[in-house]
Design a protein around this ligand. Structure first.
Ligand code: ZN
Length: 328
């Protein structure tokens, strides 16, 4: 049986853009990627967040590049307007559901796309962006990431370098605008700096539990408790290396459930949602290969001891609560 879900993170727009740039066919409706409209429909998608991901060393202007991705995002939504429609406010989610459409939310992955400028942040807000993380895997004018790639001066979990003064201003402005502050990819220190500035909920759109899988992109138990204290949510990331320390194991839905159960044990049943990272990760080792497999995950959460209401909280209710509070 299908169960509706909200996915806080995917990189599908980037994949579509690479195909467009290379003169290859591309379509949000049906493709060989992890996410397309047909697979979202098959799985029961309620809201899909689409990240405008910018790889800083590859672009001349992060601002221009993120705008190019947003152009493609809106082009694809227009072509598929019978099935999927953008969300600017919470009430758009309800309207789209009444119209039998999936909701799409534009998010920004790489805070440098606003180039440290409140005006550029406002520009993206006006274009529909409702969520932005501080950094990707590179330090930027807003703050520091937890860098894992040794080529990027790998420092692991960084508890020293946090937000810059500019980063504090931008985070503060995001809360005024009604944008969701996303701490995925942030250094540990940047995470705590965000927690000091944002009074209400913030999120980690695609991060798991570090005490189960020691990747620095995952959250420590203390971070999970702080996030829960803010009424925030972390989205379960399906990436094999964020789920398991075993570099060759097949990753089943039961392995996903272990992280969900740990989130609930440490931070309570309101702190965990979904942040697949589809089209940004390899699904080769995954049982849950694309959104059409989501009913398998719901069943397995219940088999692993979650109540049906808890499974629904993970699938959509927790993130919906944050949307309701911030997307006014
Ligand atoms: Zn990411």
């Amino acid at each position: 049986m299908k169960h509706k879900f909200i996915d806080m993170h995917c990189d599908t727009v980037s994949e579509l853009y690479y195909r467009k740039r290379d003169g290859k066919p591309y379509s949000l409706y049906e493709n060989e990627l992890d996410i397309d409209v047909k697979k979202l429909q098959a799985g029961g998608a309620y809201v899909q967040c689409f990240a405008m991901f910018t790889h800083l060393p590859s672009v001349k202007s992060a601002y221009e590049y993120a705008n190019t991705l947003a152009d493609l995002y809106y082009d694809e939504l227009r072509k598929n307007s019978e099935y999927i429609a953008p969300v600017l406010t919470y009430s758009d989610i309800e309207k789209n559901e009444r119209d039998g459409k999936i909701s799409a939310l534009l998010t920004l992955e790489e805070g440098e796309c606003c180039e440290g400028s409140p005006e550029k942040l406002k520009h993206f807000y006006d274009r529909g962006a409702r969520m932005m993380n501080i950094t990707w895997n590179f330090p930027n004018s807003l703050g520091w990431p937890n860098i894992v790639d040794p080529r990027n001066h790998g420092v692991g979990s960084d508890t020293v370098h946090g937000l810059t003064d500019r980063g504090r201003q931008i985070v503060e402005y995001m809360t005024q605008l009604g944008m969701i502050v996303d701490t995925s990819h942030s250094s540990d220190r940047s995470f705590y700096d965000v927690a000091d500035i944002v009074k209400g909920p913030f999120i980690a759109s695609h991060s798991n539990c570090r005490s189960i899988c020691g990747h620095p992109r995952n959250l420590t138990d203390d971070m999970i408790r702080v996030l829960a204290g803010h009424g925030g949510v972390s989205g379960l990331n399906y990436c094999a290396s964020f789920i398991s320390n075993d570099e060759t194991a097949q990753i089943t839905a039961d392995d996903f459930a272990r992280h969900v159960l740990h989130f609930i044990k440490v931070g309570g049943e309101d702190v965990v949602g979904l942040g697949s990272d589809f089209d940004g990760i390899s699904t080769r080792r995954l049982e849950i290969k694309d959104p059409s497999f989501m009913p398998v995950l719901w069943d397995r959460l219940v088999k692993n001891g979650l109540s049906e209401d808890q499974a629904d909280k993970v699938f959509y209710k927790n993130v919906l609560r944050v949307f309701k509070e911030i997307l006014k």
